[in-house]
Design a protein. Structure first.
Lengths: 271, 276
């Protein structure tokens, strides 16, 4: 029995396949990648065998960590609380930095190309400079302690959230904003009614994700004087108090796990 | 100069080019208060371009669009926003803010009417009880009072278009522009939307200018029809004078509801279809 669609499925090919073979290009790309990786391995002195040869030393080092010391557990726990507070205020500060930068740095909302350019480059700088570098700068400005750490986190994360916000704004449905502008509403109202409802869920989700990341950063920012548990981590490792260091590491892991669980619960409930 | 019977809109030899392509060519018309005008024509005839000139989304390259004796071209800033407040626009895709509640979308129409400190609290969603009641009355008018507290994207397409009409009511415009208001709706919802539009227009004496690609809708709901063909005005007259001959003049052929013209993308072998 002939298929009713035989007329479509049979016959000469309507379109010739492209002439360049995909295979040749894939091989070339693989070769290029292999060369680049080989060169990079020499640069970083990649010698995996040494890891096995001296594995005994690692064992000796780790043995000290098998017996956590709980002598200063109260102090370390308090420093974990300080760390969470640094992340909390740092993320809040980042939110307030990111809103104006994100609005001005969105192509479809920016009042002028020069403003757009300036906002974009500002966010680039904030993101390019690591929070540790900012912490070193703020330590010289406001002294050692959690306040310097919070400022460093806030300003770096502000750049990250600003970029995410501006890209979310650039992805909105322009028709919904046009429907608000069409009644003769001003720029502020177009943003409040036409843009904010569209970007709010994504923005809040980004804020919570960055809060989780800020907890991890705040846990080590004390190494450069930014306050929190990081200072104790650095101090105990450097002075070979292995039992103490083990306790600090355990607390950090517990803290990060707890905040991740709580934050993802909030994200699922609220958004 | 603007008496009760003076024109709402004057199109004075309006032309619009996009590069070398002429989208509108010497279109002149005078729209009087309370008229329900349908703009018909084939795809690409310039219907939407004409409507966008009227809403001042674009500016004509030739001629002028005047409303209330005022040329729309030089308007900027506050004067442009005031002009937009006087013109209500209805879109094919509704253009409501989907994540807002139905009532909030209607309240958006009240934005140009806020006075004093309410203008500063409105962006936070605080409009005041009087504005909220006005918006609720507008919703009641289109038969959607029960939907006021629902999120807008939970409504059907026909209901969303009626919310858009309620928003226009709240805006209190002098002129309503509708760009294919029923093109994305089924026949029943399309008729309901057109009837709602017709009813509020005749009750409030509002002027409506709507592009419609269905000649039937134009015949049934419009007082006057403007027919565009390749950017030129090919017909301007009362809807009852839209005879078959006039339709051929506008469309180049008589659109037949029973004969759907779709060119097959793949030339199907006739015998193969028969043997199945």
């Amino acid at each position: 029995m002939t298929s009713p669609l035989a007329g479509i499925l049979a016959g000469p090919p309507p379109l010739a396949p492209p002439r360049h073979s995909e295979l040749g290009r894939s091989l070339l790309a693989t070769l290029g990648l292999a060369v680049a990786l080989g060169l990079a391995a020499r640069v970083i002195e990649l010698r995996p065998l040494e890891l096995f040869r001296d594995v005994g030393n690692v064992g000796i080092f780790l043995r000290g960590y098998l017996h956590p010391s709980f002598a200063h557990i109260g102090e370390y726990t308090w420093q974990c609380v300080v760390t969470v507070c640094i992340a909390l205020w740092g993320t809040l500060m980042a939110m307030f930095i990111s809103i104006p930068l994100g609005l001005l740095g969105a192509r479809n909302l920016s009042p002028h190309p020069v403003v757009y350019f300036a906002a974009r480059r500002t966010m680039d700088v904030l993101r390019a400079v690591n929070e540790f570098v900012f912490a070193l700068m703020f330590v010289t400005a406001v002294g050692l302690g959690p306040f310097a750490g919070m400022l460093a986190l806030g300003i770096h994360t502000g750049g990250v959230l600003g970029k995410l916000l501006s890209e979310t704004i650039e992805g909105i449905d322009p028709g919904q904003a046009e429907g608000v502008a069409a009644v003769g509403a001003g720029r502020l109202n177009v943003i409040a009614f036409g843009v904010v409802p569209q970007v709010l869920p994504n923005f809040l989700s980004y804020v919570l994700l960055r809060f989780e990341s800020d907890i991890r950063s705040a846990a080590v920012i004390g190494m450069v004087g930014g306050g929190g548990i990081g200072f104790y981590l650095w101090d105990t490792i450097r002075s070979f108090k292995d039992g103490e260091a083990a306790t600090v590491i355990l607390l950090i892991v517990a803290m990060v796990m707890c905040t991740d669980v709580i934050s993802s619960r909030i994200r699922r409930a609220a958004i | 100069m603007s008496g009760p019977n003076s024109p709402v809109v004057i199109l004075d030899r309006v032309g619009r080019r996009f590069g070398a392509q002429v989208a509108l060519d010497e279109v002149s018309a005078c729209i009087r208060p309370g008229e329900f005008v349908a703009i018909v024509g084939r795809s690409g005839a310039g219907k939407t371009t004409l409507l966008r000139c009227l809403s001042r989304a674009i500016v004509p390259t030739e001629g002028a669009v005047r409303m209330g004796g005022q040329d729309l071209r030089p308007l900027t800033g506050g004067a442009l926003r005031a002009q937009r407040a006087r013109v209500g626009v209805i879109y094919q895709q509704f253009n409501l803010v989907k994540r807002l509640r139905v009532l909030d979308n209607v309240l958006v129409g009240r934005l140009p009417h806020l006075r004093g400190w309410r203008r500063f609290t409105a962006p936070l969603g605080l409009f005041g009880a009087d504005q909220r009641e006005a918006a609720l009355r507008c919703l009641d008018h289109v038969g959607l009072l029960g939907r006021a507290w629902q999120r807008t994207d939970t409504l059907s397409g026909g209901e969303q278009q009626r919310v858009a009409i309620a928003k226009i009511l709240a805006q209190e415009p002098r002129l309503i522009l509708a760009d294919e208001p029923v093109a994305s709706l089924d026949v029943m919802n399309g008729a309901l939307v057109m009837e709602t539009l017709r009813r509020i227009a005749s009750r409030a004496g509002l002027t409506v200018i709507s592009t419609l690609h269905h000649v039937d809708y134009a015949r049934r709901y419009a007082d006057r029809v403007l027919g565009l063909r390749a950017g030129r005005l090919a017909f301007d007259g009362p809807a009852r004078e839209l005879t078959d001959a006039a339709i051929v003049e506008i469309f180049g052929a008589l659109p037949d509801a029973d004969r759907v013209e779709i060119e097959p993308a793949i030339p199907l072998g006739e015998p193969a279809l028969v043997t199945g």
